[in-house]
Design a protein around this ligand. Sequence first.
Ligand code: NAD
Ligand code: DAU
Length: 348
Amino acid sequence: MKILVTGGAGFIGSNFLNLFVPKFPEHTFINFDKLTYAANLLNLKNIDGSSNYIFKQGDLDDYNQVEKIFRQYQPGLIVHFAAESHVDRSILGPAEFIYTNIIGTFNLLEACRNNWDAKEGKLFHHISTDEVYGSLGETGKFKEETRYDPSSPYSASKAASDHLVRSYFKTYNLPVTITNCSNNYGPYQFPEKLIPLMILKALNNQKLPVYGKGENVRDWLYVEDHCEAIWQVVTRGQKGETYNIGGNCELKNIEVVKMICTILAELQGLAPDYYNKLITFVKDRPGHDLRYAIDSKKITKKLGWNPRETFETGLKKTIKWYLDNSDWLNSVQTGEYKKWMKLNYSAN
Ligand code: NAD
Ligand code: DAU
């Protein structure tokens, strides 16, 4: 099978390729990625050169480029990760989110519609987020039937792309599946997201900026568990269906940050509260969703998927990875990164 993976040089896409390219030599994986600030080819150094892996730089926003990839490789399975993914960036500049997340997804769907004459054995798998459902109060969990109620330009653009994907199933009978997942963490995550940002800032002895009172709750999932769930859906999922994926691991942000401080100190032989003094409460994110929690019963019942990693083991592994990969961490702290840090955190 030829598998077109979009956004495979980003965080989740590169974990997916690192797991499955060596495991399935019978499949060819074509990674189509624009290489935005969030991408890093160093993420893929372990599989670069594999005979079943091809990298193509390109932009989903340009239909001609997408069509060319289809003509050249005739993929039968699309695993669509590519997106602008950071909520704070969508607040300060929503345009890219509309282009990539909506137009980019539309272009891919159009390429499938125009190139897949026979739909047998084909699949378009769309990777989405629990943020499309908006915010939960103190109780309840997001189910596949939960009404969409996005809060940020990021989540609104992902909601629009989910609706487009479903409409192609209903209107054109295009074989599709969708997964909506909670917050991921693990190796190769760009240090603008909470966990790697806090690790990097602590290592640099900088303030740890916690939005509001740190009481917002996220449901954390180790990235490899997410990738395994995606593989189950693309190989055994029901066409036209949506599957929610979560870690069953709700934590307040302040709890996560304190755990990072403790583990980091422990791994470096420092006093357990060494980094806690850096925690600083800063201005809240506009439209900040209070709580996310996923009900994963459907994927567990239908496909037998369950997360393997606990948050304690996954977080320790992740922190160790960042400590052991200082070259990677240095490589991402470019001028663009410093500009973003200044832009997003200067008011604090
Ligand atoms: P990321 O920001 O780390 O990576 C995105 C990748 O997409 C980058 O490699 C980038 O170069 C590529 N890309 C961006 N615009 C492109 C374009 N126009 N054409 C081709 N490639 C383009 O994102 P991530 O965290 O790995 O997220 C991957 C997907 O998973 C996204 O769709 C996101 O919405 C979804 N998701 C993420 C999380 C999470 O916690 N990170 C949770 C649930 C769902
Ligand atoms: O829920 C899935 C989503 O999780 C994905 O769809 C997104 O692509 C991904 O970025 C993530 O979105 P969040 O906004 O939840 O993740 P982020 O790491 O940006 O923030 C996690 C929480 O931490 C959130 O409540 C905001 C808070 N936070 C974040 C940053 C960057 C802080 O308190 N301080 C910070 O500096």
